[in-house]
Write a protein that binds this ligand. Sequence first.
Ligand SMILES: NC(=O)c1ccc[n+]([C@@H]2O[C@H](COP(=O)([O-])OP(=O)(O)OC[C@H]3O[C@@H](n4cnc5c(N)ncnc54)[C@H](O)[C@@H]3O)[C@@H](O)[C@H]2O)c1
Length: 241
Amino acid sequence: MMTVDGLDGAEAVVSGGGSGIGAAVVRLLERSGANVHVADLSGDPPVDVTDRGTLDALASRIRADHGGLDVLVNAAGILTQNLPVDDMPADDFRRNYEVNVIGTVNACQAFGPLLRARCGAVVNVASQAALVSLPQQAAYTAAKGAVTALTRSLAIDWAEHGVRANAVAPGFTLTPMTAAFFENEDFTRAATRRIPLGRILDADEVAAAIVFLASPLASAITGIVLPVDGGWTAGEPALPW
Ligand SMILES: NC(=O)c1ccc[n+]([C@@H]2O[C@H](COP(=O)([O-])OP(=O)(O)OC[C@H]3O[C@@H](n4cnc5c(N)ncnc54)[C@H](O)[C@@H]3O)[C@@H](O)[C@H]2O)c1
């Protein structure tokens, strides 16, 4: 079983840790010796990243019990309906921004003092859509683009406190968020053909990159957006010359 060095005894928060990529991050952090707090709508107690009060309550408990935080992974996210940009309701833009961007800001602000106490690390989950647009996903794409810009701002503002901030940009990964897409054989065939490695990714593969960036192995890395996408953003796969 894979583990990541340098996380034994670390204190970690994973938003969206109840499902998919976030849940895979929780498993890998725990195997690596970290004590993980899940911040998810489905958690007990539920945490809503759009509700600063629920994040502050978790931060207070961690401060009282552990005094600081080594790792914050922001994996909570939503994906709204596919529509051409002309037809996309403003509310879809608002919902994507509210959860994917402001939810990330809320968590960074709530846990920032605890991260500073331990010179911790933040990893945000963006998307390949932030780097190469997906059709009919303007609201999600714009929000994930904001997550990558936000990550660079965090890296710069928090560098003086010794806190690192990075993002991963996952490609198509089989999770509850995307399962319905992959039930469509035409979609799966087209997506797979477009991915140079020729396959849909597993959540554990994305988690490995996230936990690496969160760990002391990445101590010199801050402000990057790491594609974890099977080559999607590198370019088109082979052409029939
Ligand atoms: N699956 C993919 O192909 C893929 C690709 C690129 C990026 N991503 C991103 O990865 C992240 C995780 O996605 P996933 O595929 O694991 O999805 P998922 O739906 O399996 O998991 C998302 C989790 O976030 C939680 N969540 C949603 N809104 C929340 C809120 N307001 N407060 C707290 N928790 C909330 C959900 O309860 C769920 O447990 C998302 O940010 C997503 O945009 C996924």
